[in-house]
Design a protein. Structure first.
Lengths: 167, 355
């Protein structure tokens, strides 16, 4: 996975480009207002991305406890109370979700391993230049891994075909 | 557009067209095209005696240094264009002049005649509206490239500006030195672009190419960005080969390899024409009496890609570290990602299907 620029840097770049490149050329007031809305929405996405995983897990786990405590607080045996107890028993029969991955830590760990692959390439080049054929097999193993990564990157990142702005 | 820009253009045209008694600049319109310069189209009325002639021009202006993808010189580009016009039959729009003083246009700039013809070259291919012209246009394009590659270097570059136009230590005195010093530039450049270790396929490519050099060929003046977007055509002929800013001395197979690469990324089919000659490479080989193989082209696809990949990724690295605010540099990450499996294919990475 290509991790730089980050998702946040890309979104920030789009917001900046809207302000620097697009807004100064907009003469239609409605288009200008829509452009501001787009900027606002993108800024919202930037903010949401930093908290969504934590908040989903936190709220999910809190709801298990809330539903259980709420059902336990009921003292009567009405049909409505019974439905609530049964619903709670049904949906709360689950484990809490684990804490979400620390994205920064994951990126750093991913980066460290990819750097190791990069340095291995320099060592393999030295060995191949010296005539060590076992280095060829080692290089193939690394290339197979990287090839699958790049194929996946294209699927994940590419939009459309060709270069915008070129004939 | 500002009055200051109008005045600067009028001053440049008056200086470069000495017989013009009066110059009036019309509307200046930004145009897309080219990722590396800011480009504008404008018209100007030039009065000579009792005659006033209106002509269309192109202003190519450098972006700010930190935002520029290629750090090239408008004066060098001007001199080359005028040499190509004077010493070959390659259709190239006249370069009127340049202004290197950044206080005049904001950055260095040059003015060229506006070329006649269509720049929508994608119309030539895959049942496009001009598909009937494709063979003739590409035949002419190939002949132009051959003429460029066969014109003596000293004739087009008497001052030696194209031997190392980026000033990165390339020694183009002979093929061996050229390849060795270019690899030094690429491999040193990799460390500068190294924002993202996931791009280590580039390092793999540089090291692999260096371990397996091809046979030498005489060096030539290269166009340097010979791709499907850098020519115009009309009535079955190329009317202009444009965008010479990355021109340099190098191995002629670099231009061919880069066209193959960009033909694929641009979803065009330049290399398949002229069909009756067996395609672009076969026709190029026949005209030059060479036998460049598809395998050699594969090598120079990678080699030529490296020539562009280094400055592009340096620019992306500057964007990521906040040295400029260009959206283009972020877009290039997305738009060029598709090249990585292609590079892997050329390096024979296991598991990458042949396209």
């Amino acid at each position: 996975m290509i991790t730089s620029p980050t998702i946040d840097q890309i979104l920030e770049g789009v917001i900046i480009s809207l302000a620097d490149d697009i807004m100064p050329s907009i003469e239609n007031p409605k288009a200008a207002a829509n452009c501001l809305m787009v900027q606002s929405l993108l800024q919202g996405v930037r903010q949401l991305l930093t908290v969504i995983d934590d908040q989903l897990v936190d709220e999910h786990n809190d709801m298990i406890a809330v539903l259980r405590r709420s059902a336990e607080a009921l003292t009567d045996n009405s049909a409505a109370a019974q439905r609530m107890r049964e619903r709670t028993e049904s949906v709360c029969d689950r484990d809490p979700l684990p804490a979400p991955m620390d994205r920064a830590a994951a990126l750093a760990a991913h980066n460290e391993l990819t750097r190791a692959i990069e340095e291995s390439m320099r060592d393999l080049d030295e060995m191949l230049t010296a005539g060590d054929n076992s280095a060829h097999d080692a290089l193939l193993i690394i290339r197979e891994h990287l090839g699958q990564r790049y194929l996946r990157d294209v699927t994940s990142i590419q939009v459309g075909e060709g270069f915008i702005g070129r004939s | 557009m500002s009055t200051a820009l109008n005045e600067a253009l009028a001053t440049l045209l008056t200086r470069c067209e000495p017989d013009a008694e009066h110059v009036a600049i019309g509307d200046i319109v930004p145009i897309p095209g080219g990722f590396s310069r800011e480009t504008f189209r404008f018209e100007a009325d030039l009065q000579r005696g009792s005659t006033t002639k209106r002509s269309a021009y192109i202003l190519r202006k450098d972006p700010p240094y930190e935002a520029a993808i290629l750090h090239t010189h408008r004066s060098v580009e001007h001199d080359l264009i005028e040499a190509v016009r004077a010493r070959t039959s390659i259709p190239v729009p006249r370069s009127i002049g340049y202004e290197m003083d950044p206080t005049v246009f904001g950055e260095a700039a040059m003015v060229l005649e506006c070329a006649d013809g269509s720049s929508t070259t994608s119309n030539l291919f895959f049942d496009g509206p001009d598909a009937d012209q494709a063979d003739d246009v590409i035949r002419h394009l190939c002949e132009a490239l051959v003429e460029l590659h066969e014109t003596p270097i000293d004739s087009l570059d008497p001052s030696g500006n194209l031997r190392d136009p980026r000033g990165v230590g390339i020694d183009a005195t002979n093929w061996d030195r050229y390849m060795a010093t270019t690899f030094e530039y690429y491999i040193d450049g990799y460390d500068r672009i190294n924002r993202e270790p996931g791009l280590c396929i580039l390092l793999d490519a540089f090291l692999t190419l260096r371990r397996h050099p091809p046979r030498p060929l005489p060096l030539s003046v290269l166009h340097g960005d010979f791709n499907p977007a850098n020519f115009l055509y009309k009535n079955g002929r190329v009317t202009a080969v444009i965008d010479w800013e990355n021109s340099r001395i190098g191995d002629p197979r670099e231009d061919l390899g880069w066209m193959v690469m960009m033909d694929g990324l641009s979803k065009t089919a330049v290399m398949q024409h002229p069909v009756d000659e067996g395609g672009f490479l076969a026709y190029y080989n026949r005209l030059r009496g060479l036998d460049i193989t598809p395998e050699e082209l594969g090598y120079f696809i990678l080699f030529g890609t490296a020539n562009i990949a280094v400055p592009i990724n340096e620019a992306i690295a500057r964007r990521v570290t906040g040295q400029n605010r260009e959206i283009l540099h972020l877009y290039l990450v997305q738009s060029s990602i598709t090249a990585l499996p292609g590079i892997g294919q050329l390096l024979q990475y296991p598991g990458i299907p042949v396209s």
